[in-house]
Design a protein around this ligand. Sequence first.
Ligand code: HAM
Length: 422
Amino acid sequence: MSVKALKGFKDIVPGEVETWQFIEQTARAIFHRFNLDEIKVPILEKTKLFVRSIGETTDIVEKEMYTFADRNGSSLTMRPEGTASVLRAYIENGLQSKKAVQKLYTIGPMFRHERPQKGRLRQFHQMSVEILGTDLPRVDAEVMAMAWLILKELGLSASLEINSLGCKKCRPAFNKALLDFLGKAENLCDDCLRRRETNPLRVLDCKSAHCQEQYEKAPSILDHICQSCADHFQAVKKGLDLLAVPYAVNSFMVRGLDYYTRTTFELVTDALGAQSAVGAGGRYDGLVAQLGGPDVPGIGFAMGMERLALLLDQQEGSVPVATPDLFVVALGEAAQEKGYALTHAARKAGLAAIMDLQDRSLKNQMKQAGKAMVRFALIMGEDELSNGKAVLRNMANREQQDISINDDVATWATELYSLVIQ
Ligand code: HAM
C-alpha cells in the first residue's frame, strides 16, 4: 500500500502552486515598498518559548501544538505561529542595537493540531510581519494598511475589524467587570466555565450560540480601557482614516493568543465558511521583555496563505499565468542539434524556452506549443537550414516572419530576445 500524506498536511502541486507564487510575489513586493527586511527562523523551537508567549491557557498551547521529546529528552515544538520565533531571534541576535525600529517579515509553514476542514490545516502557511521598537499609533494604522494593500493587490476584499485590548494597567479592571458579569451568566458551556477560571477574556470567543447570546450584554472592553489606551486607539482610527482604510470597531474581538495589548485586528470574509479570518494581528507591547529581551513595544500580523489561495481560486482568472516565450520546433537531426544549442542560448539570454528533444512531427510539436501556451514558435527543418532562414510564428495572431539563422547561437538568441520580448 502506498504511503499517504498526513491528515491536514497538503501538497501544493503544479496548477495550484502558481496561485501561491502570485500571493508570495505580491506580498514580497509590498513588503519591499514598506521597507521591511526578511528574516528566516527555524521551524522547531524549545516548547517553553511558545508556552511563555502565546500563553499556557490558550487553545494553541493546551491542545494544538506538535510537541515531542527529542532524542536527548528536551521538549521541542513545531512552531504554531511565527511571532514568538521572530522575537526570540530579535533578542538572540541583538537586532535592537542594529536598528531602533526593526521592520521584519517572514513566510513559512506553521503547525497546529486542529480538526482539518476547509481553510484549516494542520500544516498551514503564514506571511507575517513584526515591527519592533515603536508604539506610535500611526505605525498600527500603517501595518493594517499594509495587510489591506496585500489583499487589494491580490484582487481580494475582506472587512477590517479592530479593537483595543488595553494594557496591563487597565486590563485587570476589565477582567473584574467581565468576571462579575460571568458570575451571573447562566448555563455556560463547559469550555466557558473552564475559561472563566483560567482566562476570562477568551470566553468572548466561544462558538456556542447560547453563550454568544448572553455575551451580547457583556461589558465592553472599550468602556474600561485607561485614558492613554483610549487616546492611542483614537489615534489609530484617525491614522486609518488618513490612509483611507475602511474598518469597523468590534469590541468583542479577542484574539486566541494571550500576548496582545492595545490594538488588535482581523481581516474577515464570509466567503470561506467557518474559517473567516484571512489575516489577523495586533500590538504586543511587553512581550519582548517577557521573553528576556529589551522592553521594546511591537506590533504585527499574519495572513493565512491557504485561505488567500482559496479566495483566489473562487475568482477565476485572478492569477496571472506565466507562459513560456518560445518553443523551438526543430525537425530532423541537423535542426535538432542547432535547436538544442539555440534553446540553451535563449535561456541564457533571458527567454523561457522549450523544445521537443524527440524530434516528433511538425504537427505534434505545434500541438505541444499550443498546449504550453507559448507566445512564439521558431520553426526550422532541413529546408530552412539550407536557405539560412527559419520561421518565427506569433502563436496569438498567427503572423509569421522569416528570420535569418545566425551561426552563432548566442547572437541569434539575443536577436530573438528583442523580437519576442517587445
Ligand atoms: P492567528 O490569528 O493565530 O495569529 O493566525 C493568523 C492567520 O493564520 C489566521 O487569520 C489564518 O488566516 C491563518 N491560520 C491560522 N490557523 C490556521 C490553520 N489551522 N489553517 C490555515 N490557516 C490558519 C497569529 O498566528 C499571530 N502570530 C499573528 C501576529 C503576528 N500577531 C502579531 N504578529
